[in-house]
Design a protein around this ligand. Structure first.
Ligand SMILES: *Cc1c(COP(=O)(O)O)cnc(C)c1O
Length: 376
């Protein structure tokens, strides 16, 4: 592919000397575990978000798992979420032992429809887990009122949306816990896995940290010489952010705002260049500023468009389809076509075009020209 969806090597070359220095700094220090990079990154990302507490974890999925468990969600509880995404959110719910309740989406934002969420609230509902799809923020004002009114927890899956804004507020402090992924293709991509939870609640941050550190009291590990005995304060798993990944993220973070601004410019360009074609372009709801992790168009024959682009060396993908309720993993829950009509229509028609800071300068024009030749 001459215009790929992702290109970690291009992003590496763009800041090679800084990445090399950061990785060597960790290797030469010998502090490959429980070192200073993770806490430094947590402080820097917290400052970028304007969030009080950030806990680095091993992945976006681990962030969602830790958030649910830290909020005490488990067997007998129901969590309302969406199906037009990957396994992260639904998997966290089922692995906590809770029940997944998928509801339909808004066709423009492609995020949870607050009215559908409200209609699904029952006596066992404990939380709502909205996903900021493709970088468009969920309707957090409506969801916050709903959560407050019904005494529910709110866990925001912002793996695709750092920098997104809703009603003048940047995401990161709008839910009980906001979850981020640093997998390689995300806005802030490590060279491997990574993730984080942001929260305004110190006790919640402490529980998330222990749950993803084998229940260990982390302060203990920063104290040298270490005491002889281990102390596992809670149950948990080893799902920590790695020192080398944290060092890499610290190189990338200072460029995050510029890369989001670039994505917005690329999205504007696509919208200008493709507006007259028979495809549905992604929109922005009033009061929302998109973070454009994906430029997700919808069209009737995406396979033909995707093949046409591939023949010209242009990448595309159909993330995320099929929706979760129709995946083999959840066949036992009995989901069937027609359960979530707006979700299914979107998932069946979605095609993501290349976007992001890895693209060469004229890539958006080249992709747009290739899309046009498919239709005319
Ligand atoms: C990437 C992603 C996840 C999972 O993050 P990982 O770091 O890959 O575990 C969860 N939810 C959404 C919406 C994502 O895009």
């Amino acid at each position: 592919m001459t215009i790929p969806m992702y290109d970690p090597a291009a992003l590496y070359r763009a800041q090679k000397a800084e990445f090399d220095a950061a990785v060597l700094r960790v290797l030469e220090s010998g502090r490959v575990d429980w070192g200073p990079e993770v806490p430094e990154f947590e402080a820097e990302f917290g400052a970028w978000l304007g969030a009080a507490y950030v806990v680095g974890v091993g992945s976006g999925s681990a962030a969602l798992r830790a958030a649910l468990r830290a909020l005490g969600i488990g067997p007998g509880d129901e969590v309302i979420t969406v199906a037009n995404t990957d396994l992260g959110g639904s998997g966290a719910i089922s692995m906590a032992g809770a029940t997944i309740r998928w509801v339909d989406i808004d066709p423009v934002s492609r995020c949870i429809d607050p009215r559908a969420a409200e209609a699904a609230i029952g006596p066992r509902t404990r939380a709502i887990l909205p996903v900021d799809m493709f970088g468009h923020p969920a309707d957090m004002p409506a969801l916050r009122s709903l959560a407050a009114e019904h005494g529910l927890a709110l866990i925001q899956d912002s793996c695709l949306s750092p920098g997104a804004v809703v009603d003048g507020r940047t995401i990161g402090t709008l839910a009980d816990v906001t979850c981020f992924s640093f997998s390689a293709g995300k806005h802030l991509g490590a060279f491997g896995s990574g993730g984080a939870c942001a929260t305004e609640d110190a006790a919640l941050a402490d529980r998330i940290r222990k749950l993803s550190s084998d229940g260990q009291d982390v302060a203990h590990h920063y104290t040298l010489p270490r005491p002889l005995a281990l102390r596992h304060m809670t149950d948990g798993e080893n799902a920590r952010l790695h020192e080398i990944q944290a060092a890499i993220l610290r190189v990338k973070l200072p460029r995050l705002s510029d890369s989001i601004a670039l994505r917005r410019q690329q999205a504007r360009q696509y919208r200008d260049l493709l507006s007259d074609l028979p495809i549905d372009l992604p929109g922005e709801k009033p009061g929302c500023v998109h973070a454009w992790r994906n430029f997700a168009v919808e069209c009737d024959d995406r396979a033909a468009l995707s093949a046409h682009l591939a023949a010209q060396g242009i990448g595309s993908n159909a993330l995320y389809s099929p929706p979760m309720h129709l995946q083999p993993a959840y066949a036992h829950l009995g989901g069937k076509p027609g359960d979530l009509p707006v979700t299914e229509r979107s998932c069946n028609r979605i095609l993501n075009l290349p976007i992001g800071p890895h693209l060469p300068a004229d890539a958006v024009e080249t992709v747009a020209r290739a899309v046009r030749t498919h239709f005319v």
